[in-house]
Design a protein around this ligand. Structure first.
Ligand code: G4P
Length: 540
């Protein structure tokens, strides 16, 4: 009798990361089409006709054409249940993206064939590497002229320190693009350039001299293809599944998302080689396997008022062990409080449905619970408590003014809520009694989100005042405020963070280094509690 595979082993939970415009939304849409999760006529998303993808839902996102907040999509394909987490696609690195990446087991990285690695991708890659998660690369827009493909692979290897294995290789480039040659299954997948694009049946090819290849590929394209494939073989890099799972090698696929070409090859390859839900690190040390029986999950995102139809606070949980069923009673590991998870939702872009059951790898949204924070654990077994999610030192600061003094209550409620969601961090200058919130974020775009949400969701008009602060460093816990308070030097500001920990803000790296030289007794840290918050900022 065949052994039934456990539910968790059927899950694949991943995110797509890319630089804005590389094609993340288009690829997401095509994946969803394969999963039967959306049904869009035509293959091109027409922004002008305002056809939204399911992951684009905030006003601000629509206005700017970017995806600011992340959401979750779930669909079934090839016997697997796929959880696809959307990552914010804006230029600034944001903590939100980082947190999404703590909740996935793998990532698909989309590169534009004409641009290769861009700043945003470099930072996201860095975060994936810190977590050791496997990365699958899709080189998109092969229907357009692009960079030399060897150069692209070299760029990934040199600047990201990842080995590459080209699973397939483009046949022709730009206007001559007519398919990909799959090096693993030895097939030529053909694409015909007609309006809307057309696929022709794949051709099995025994080698570069196979007459089937000669019949299918125009002579002026076949020559370079042969040379390139031979060069790849001569480089001798073997496909290494173990290295992929360890995040040391990235399998590379070529295609064109908008033409839906190469997308299924990527999806099939991804599902074949991507890992099932993995063990997760515990705060007390060690890790726990998804096979463990008691239910446990951690919170990676909190979002209030996601949908004007539901004015509430949605807490996103990644299930790590056990089975979730609606009405389950769990403990909040951080406070010891008992909660009943009655309002659980399956999420799909803006839409939500009641969720009765979930397994490790799945994401659920719960509402109706207060006092929960990002990184917290909800568990049936009180011995399970996951490692906290690291925070990043802010690199931008503003003072946020309330414009209408009669509206102060709304202003305060909004700020409190956004701080609890960890959209931004608040700091309190030691040498000031001002009540005007000093807010810090990794990327300045986050302040636009704050102002937009303060206005739209809380009815509080705000004004942002720029400040010079660019660098944050925390001090050792034993340092007393007197050691830094009142010693206001130009270019630095002593502050406390929301948890009362002392930190210094500087207007430049140079001034931070100067301060360090002048005050050798005061040690500066990238993160508070270097132990549990030991991740350095993802710098470009
Ligand atoms: P993003 O989420 O990473 O920001 O990128 P998105 O999918 O929105 O794609 C950015 C632009 O690139 C879109 O064009 C999209 O149609 C186009 N695109 C995506 N994949 C391909 C591809 O394989 N080949 C070509 N040639 N273009 C591609 P747009 O003009 O900004 O929008 P639209 O009017 O086409 O929707």
């Amino acid at each position: 009798m065949s052994k039934q595979i456990p539910e968790f082993a059927r899950r694949r939970t991943f995110a797509i990361i890319s630089h804005p415009d590389a094609g993340k939304t288009t690829l997401t849409e095509k994946f969803l089409l394969y999963g039967g999760a959306i049904n869009l006529a035509g293959s091109v998303r027409d922004r002008k006709k305002a056809t939204e993808t399911s992951s684009d839902w905030m006003e601000l996102e629509k206005k700017r054409g970017i995806s600011v907040s992340s959401t979750v999509m779930q669909f079934d394909y090839a016997g697997l249940r796929i959880n696809l987490l959307d990552t914010p696609g804006h230029r600034d690195f944001s903590e939100d993206t980082y947190r999404v990446l703590t909740a996935v087991d793998a990532a698909v990285m989309v590169l534009d064939v004409a641009k290769g690695i861009e700043d945003q991708t470099r930072k996201l890659f860095e975060v994936c590497r810190q977590r050791g998660i496997p990365i699958f690369t899709f080189i998109n827009k092969c229907d357009r002229p692009g960079k030399d493909c060897f150069e692209l692979l070299d760029d990934i290897e040199q600047s990201l320190g990842l080995k590459t294995f080209a699973v397939n290789w483009p046949v022709g480039t730009g206007p001559d693009f007519c398919g990909v040659f799959d090096r693993v299954d030895g097939k030529l997948h053909r694409f015909e350039r007609v309006t809307g694009g057309r696929f022709k049946a794949p051709v099995a090819v025994s080698g570069m001299d196979d007459p089937a290849l000669v019949d299918s590929v125009p002579g002026d394209i076949l020559g370079p293809l042969r040379e390139e494939v031979e060069l790849l073989e001569a480089a001798g890099t073997a496909f290494d599944h173990k290295a992929i799972l360890q995040g040391e090698m990235t399998p590379v696929y070529f295609g064109s998302a908008v033409n839906n070409f190469g997308v299924q090859l990527l999806l099939d390859g991804f599902l074949r080689y991507a890992p099932e839900p993995q063990p997760r690190a515990l705060q007390a040390g060690g890790s726990i396997s998804p096979e463990a029986v008691p239910f446990s999950a951690f919170i990676f995102k909190i979002q209030a008022n996601m949908d004007p139809k539901h004015r509430d606070r949605l807490v996103f949980l990644r299930v790590c062990t056990g089975k979730f069923s609606r009405d389950l009673q769990v403990s909040h590991a951080q406070s010891g409080k008992k909660l009943r998870l009655s309002f659980s939702h399956q999420l799909f872009g803006r839409e939500r449905e009641t969720q009765d059951e979930a397994w490790p790898g799945d994401i659920i949204g719960i509402t109706g619970q207060a006092g929960l924070g990002i990184g917290d654990t909800l568990t049936e077994d009180q011995k399970i408590c996951y490692e906290p999610i690291p925070r990043f030192p802010p690199e931008s600061f503003i003072l946020l003014h309330n414009v209408d003094t009669l509206n102060f209550k709304k202003f305060r409620t909004g700020i409190d809520q956004l701080l609890q969601e960890k959209v931004v961090q608040r700091f309190y200058p030691l040498d000031s009694v001002s009540n005007i919130p000093l807010l810090g974020a990794v990327g300045a775009l986050q302040f636009d989100v704050v102002q937009h949400r303060m206005q739209g969701e809380y009815g509080a008009e705000t004004r942002a005042e720029a400040t010079p602060w660019r660098v944050t460093r925390w001090l050792d816990p034993e340092v007393q405020p007197e050691a830094v308070a009142g010693k206001y030097l130009s270019g630095c500001l002593p502050v406390k963070d929301a948890d009362g920990r002392l930190a210094m803000l500087f207007d430049s790296e140079w001034n931070m280094q100067y301060f360090s030289r002048e005050n050798p007794d005061i040690r500066l840290h990238l993160c508070p509690d270097a132990g549990s918050f030991g991740v350095a900022a993802a710098k470009s």
